[in-house]
Design a protein around this ligand. Structure first.
Ligand code: NAD
Ligand code: DAU
Length: 350
């Protein structure tokens, strides 16, 4: 079958990438979707078990930092477009070891663009770079991040993402390279690696392990249902303007401690525990170094120009998420391969 586009989705075996792949494979049977992923600790092909046999889907194991592997996949599949999600994504890991973040997030992004630029001769291609709101830094109690907010990254993770964003813009301005960009707030939903706050808290409540809350738990995040992020990427990829960036967020701010307490309440009810029982697991631990106080996104450009809106209320999405983790407890055990306990011990018990 002749496909109208051959889209390379990088990082498709990870949390958000797997939701983007599922959406595109199901919604666009006339597109060939090539999932290019190195399968690091965060990449897991069982995230895509429901679509892996579809004729418009193919997995290619590879590293975005490798010139040979990227060139090969571009040439073999005649790649017409890229949606770039592959990254090292966890702030705590970036504090422990920044170099991997520089390599994957900066060098990997530039490598992909260099190769695409050398092969794309017409002007009908799109390189959609998926970025984060963390590049804007940290807000006080007022205000929202706009697309025009100056960059002020503060963690090694956000510095690496900011650097990759600058390279993406530089390729547009210098070479007319056809980029589109999105900067999204915190995602939640199924298949989220259990080092991140929401899946970690669910895991710990279920297994009656202490819940580590950094500092006083007063930091604020703006949470968005991962499938709504995937829908935003679909809109921006198809209808966004070349050279522009779009903020994506849920207007849904929670302090960490309120969110953790809310999860405790949901799970007390679902696990037939006494109201308040799981909250006893909460333990305030040493704060994250350089912990950003508040993120909150103004997504009005995306809403006005491209007609996107979050589809799901947080309470509903969180309940669905909890149900998914309760039904798929072996997923967490399998993907962490026993390392969850080691990771947890290393991070929180000293
Ligand atoms: P994730 O850690 O769950 O998945 C990352 C994926 O990239 C994994 O499948 C991994 O195997 C793959 N990968 C890593 N290094 C690679 C390499 N060198 N070559 C090929 N593949 C590689 O991450 P996520 O949370 O799904 O985030 C995806 C993207 O979205 C990232 O770019 C991240 O910065 C961005 N983002 C994430 C959030 C969030 O809340 N999770 C919010 C905004 C933006
Ligand atoms: O804002 C978008 C970003 O959101 C993405 O770019 C990142 O890839 C993604 O990991 C996420 O970053 P955060 O650092 O905000 O997410 P994390 O789940 O690690 O932490 C959420 C908040 O909860 C943060 O304030 C730190 C806090 N926290 C986290 C963990 C893992 C705790 O209090 N305890 C924990 O055990």
């Amino acid at each position: 079958m002749e496909f109208s586009k051959n889209i390379l989705i990088t990082g498709g075996a990870g949390f958000i990438g797997s939701h983007v792949i599922r959406l595109f494979v199901n919604k666009y049977p006339n597109y060939k979707i090539i999932n290019f992923d190195k399968l690091t600790y965060a990449g897991n092909l069982s995230n895509l078990i429901d679509i892996e046999n579809k004729s418009n889907y193919e997995f290619v194991k590879g590293d975005i930092c490798s010139e040979t592997e990227v060139r090969l996949v571009f040439e073999k599949h005649n790649i017409s477009d890229v949606i770039h999600l592959a990254a090292e994504s966890h702030v705590d890991r970036s504090i422990e070891g920044p170099m991997e973040f520089v390599l994957t997030n900066v060098l990997g992004t530039v490598n992909l663009m260099q190769i695409a630029k050398s092969l794309w001769k017409e002007n009908n291609h799109v390189f959609h770079h998926v970025s984060t709101d963390e590049v804007f830094g940290s807000l006080g109690s007022e205000g929202l991040f706009m697309e025009s907010t100056p960059y002020d990254p503060r963690s090694p993770y956000s510095a690496s993402k900011a650097s990759s964003d600058h390279f993406v813009r530089a390729f547009f301005h210098t070479y007319d390279f056809p980029v589109k960009m999105s900067n999204c707030s915190n995602n939640y939903g199924s298949h989220h690696f259990p080092e991140k706050l929401i899946p970690l808290v669910i895991h710990n409540i279920v297994n009656k392990i202490e819940i580590p809350v950094y500092g006083k738990g007063e930091n604020i995040r703006d949470w968005l249902w991962v499938e709504d992020h995937a829908r935003a990427i679909d809109k921006i990829f198809h209808n966004g303007k070349v050279g522009e960036s779009y903020n994506v967020g849920g207007l849904n701010e929670w302090t960490n401690i309120d969110l953790v307490k809310y999860l405790c309440k949901i799970l007390d009810a679902k696990l037939n525990r006494q109201d308040g029982e799981s909250a006893q697991l909460i333990k305030f631990v040493k704060d994250r170094a350089g912990h950003d106080a508040r993120y909150a996104i103004d997504a009005s450009k995306l809403e006005k120009e491209l007609g996107w809106k979050p589809s799901l209320k947080f309470e509903e999405g969180l309940e669905k998420t909890v149900d998914w983790y309760l039904l798929n407890q072996e997923w967490t055990e399998k993907i962490t391969n026993g390392s969850y306990q080691q990771y947890y011990k290393k991070m929180y018990t000293n």
